[in-house]
Ligand binder design. Structure first.
Ligand code: FEO
Length: 395
């Protein structure tokens, strides 16, 4: 990708990855992802974060094109995850006198991933680094997304280099800035990046939002996705809503089903919810839809109903994977319903009950377990479950 000016002497160096199928080898990225690094050219030159290692050659070529034979003085490490530190070793080899700028958590990670760094500058909250005309200040925002994560604020142009925060899946297909692109496309990809990657750390995200609030920010330059310079509130209000579990009225129904009986139970619940006036109902087959998308809707809607058949005396494996991912992320303030199916020993509903205990969401109706084809009595229970959920949601 070509480099682009964010402001005088400040460059965006972003690289589009359309080859990787799974980000972190877990999360689907059908529309790819960009890795964004930033270069500030002043009396001193600073690079802010690097890029994923497969782009090293182009990255170093672009840097040379901008700064020629000058040396980079500082590499500011906002975040050490290798999608951003992947070119760190190559940069140190190219500029051996470079000083790595990080906080007290950063350099141990540098050593773990690469080697003990030689030239370091330890910064902490409100530290300032003078580059000449430009001054950088730093704020730690731990766990958004790793313990060492910090942001860098450039005072002259009021640019926040925010790391993963406010980032997005999806490549930048020509447009870089929020006013150059159709944000309808990025709506789901921004949210998926948040829920999939940072979603476990909502409390930390809330703390970060409050901590950064006093800064006068005119531009947000994240390490993935668009640079926000026109409608910063578009992304700020969404981050605030998602990380505070401000959930909409709606229900996610997820089931596993081998031969259709558990699916039929889900359909009965969904229909009754619709009859009760719930308009946001998303029904997912856990074997078909990746957890990445289902979890996104769990962060949108307050109701969650999950069904599983027994499988080898346990839960259906694809439901189990989803629920264990949800348990790790532990989103709060949901209403829960559970149901399932068995033929001999059971194991589906038994383990859904364990999930219910662990996740601590409010169970709106007793667990329902059918044996094979759906019968009248259990159909009535499913309708009652849907009614109980609707009652809770509609207040
Ligand atoms: Fe984009 Fe946590 O790395």
């Amino acid at each position: 990708m070509q480099y682009v000016n964010l402001a005088e002497d400040i460059y965006f160096l972003g690289y589009n990855d359309r080859r990787t199928s799974l980000f972190e080898n877990i999360w689907p990225i059908p529309y790819g992802i960009s890795y964004n690094s930033y270069l500030l050219v002043d009396e001193k030159i600073a690079l802010i974060d690097t890029v994923e290692r497969s782009f090293i050659d182009d990255y170093i070529d672009s840097i040379e094109e901008i700064i020629g034979n000058r040396k980079i003085d500082y590499l500011v490490i906002n975040h050490m995850e290798p999608d951003h530190s992947g070119a760190l070793r190559a940069i140190i080899q190219k500029y051996p006198e470079i000083t790595l700028v990080g906080n007290k958590k950063t350099f141990a990670l540098v050593e773990s991933f690469y080697k003990e760094p030689e030239n370091v500058l330890m910064v902490h909250d409100d530290s300032v680094l003078e580059l000449g005309k430009h001054r950088l200040q730093f704020q730690t925002i731990p766990m958004v997304h790793w313990p060492e994560t910090m942001v860098t604020y450039e005072e002259t142009n009021k640019i926040l280099f925010s790391g993963d925060a406010f980032g997005s899946y999806g490549t930048l297909d020509g447009g870089i800035f929020d006013d150059e692109i159709n944000l309808d496309f990025y709506e789901i990809e921004v949210m998926r990046y948040f829920t999939n990657i940072v979603g476990k750390y909502c409390a930390h995200t809330q703390r970060a939002i409050k901590k950064l609030a006093p800064l006068d920010i005119k531009m947000i330059a994240a390490t993935h996705g668009p640079v926000w310079r026109t409608d910063l509130n578009w992304v700020l209000t969404r981050y605030n809503k998602w990380s505070s579990y401000d959930l909409d009225t709606g229900v996610v129904i997820v089931y596993g089903s081998m031969y259709g009986n558990t699916q039929k139970m889900a359909e009965v619940i969904a229909r009754r919810l619709a009859e009760r006036g719930i308009k946001n109902i998303r029904v997912y087959d856990a074997s078909k839809t990746h957890a990445s998308y289902i979890i996104n809707d769990v962060f949108k809607y307050k109701g969650f109903i999950v069904g599983s058949p027994a499988y080898n005396n346990s839960m259906f494996p694809n439901v189990e994977i989803l629920l264990s991912t949800i348990e790790h992320m532990a989103p709060k303030d949901h209403y829960l319903g559970i149901f399932g199916n068995f033929l001999w020993n059971g194991g589906g509903v038994k383990n859904l009950k364990v999930f219910a205990e662990n996740i601590k969401w409010e169970l709106v109706y007793d667990p329902i377990e059918e044996k094979g084809a759906l019968r009248k009595e259990n159909k009535e229970h499913l309708l009652s479950l849907a009614d109980a959920m609707a009652d809770k949601l509609l207040g």
